[in-house]
Design a protein around this ligand. Structure first.
Ligand code: ATP
Length: 266
């Protein structure tokens, strides 16, 4: 379980990016974080693993207060938080397999990973994960030979090989076409369900969030503006978060009609 208590971040510039955000995310829950540009979504995700230091408040993961951890303990705790990024953050000249195994870096130590001497159990798990995300046949390809959707699948496998307790996902579909975006969101949500894994997904596409997640949290100017089920995300709620606009076309049916078989080539 992840608990955010009165989380506040004021940057040195004076920007109040987060103000008193209090949230509890139970084990296994996938939560989407929406809100206009500058609302504080990235800041919130980065305060959880302290890539950004919160100014006030606390972040508690499974009973451990992350906000007070020293350097070594924080490093160990970060292993428990898998991150998935918009720009994938793969090492281009390394293979798919090597990129996935790099998720074990925090466990095997620098020299062992530099010399590519990963334990057999890690290699077996990497193959299992690549199979699960539909990329087994591409294990030996270089990352720079992959499409955007394939890269994000590698990013997902790399985060999962950490065996995290929490996934922090920052705009996972921002660089992808609509169909691939749906496939990636579905994959992330399925994997969280399979592993009883909680996730916080920062996402601009409200309709996509509505299709796949069970809870949506809206931020506006650093404050909590909505917390509810996708079906409760009405036009009025969207207006209160984003301002006046015709939201009719934005809110889609929550039913996901795209039942295509996963196409790993995407
Ligand atoms: N490193 C920083 N230094 C100073 N101000 C910052 C910094 N990072 C973010 N901010 C400010 O904090 C506020 C929240 O930014 P943040 O990037 O968290 O919003 P966001 O909701 O993720 O936006 P976007 O959807 O555009 O990525 C903004 O006013 C932004 O200008």
């Amino acid at each position: 379980m992840l608990e955010l208590k009165n989380l506040t971040k004021t940057y040195r510039t004076g920007d109040k990016a987060l103000q008193n955000v209090t949230l509890t995310i139970p084990k296994g829950q996938v939560m989407a974080l929406i809100g206009p540009s500058g609302a504080g979504k990235s800041t919130l995700i980065r305060c959880i693993n302290r890539l950004v230091e919160p100014t006030e408040g606390s972040v508690i993961l499974d009973g451990t207060n992350i906000t007070t951890l020293g350097t070594g303990a924080l490093r160990r705790m970060r292993r428990k938080m898998g991150m998935i990024f918009q720009q994938y953050a793969l090492v281009e000249r390394l293979t798919v397999m090597e990129n996935v195994l790099s998720g074990r870096l925090g466990y095997v130590g620098f020299w062992r990973s530099y010399l590519r001497k990963y334990p057999q159990a890690d290699i077996d798990e990497a193959f299992r994960l690549l199979d699960r995300v539909g990329l087994l046949a591409m294990a030996d390809k270089r990352a720079d030979e992959l499409s955007g959707g394939q890269r994000q699948r590698v990013g997902i496998a790399r985060a999962l090989i950490q065996n995290p307790r929490l996934l922090l996902v920052d705009e996972p579909t921002a660089s992808l076409d609509p169909k691939t975006s749906r496939q990636i969101m579905r994959l992330i949500c399925e994997l969280c369900a399979e592993r009883d894994l909680a996730a916080v997904i920062n996402i601009h596409d409200v309709a996509l969030a509505q299709m796949f997640v069970e809870r949506i949290v809206g931020l506006k100017a650093g404050e909590l503006a909505f917390d509810g089920k996708p079906t409760e995300m009405t036009e009025d709620v969207l207006t209160s978060i984003y301002g006046e606009e015709d939201w009719h076309a934005t809110i889609r049916e929550v039913d996901d009609e795209d039942t295509d078989i996963e196409d790993p080539a995407a």
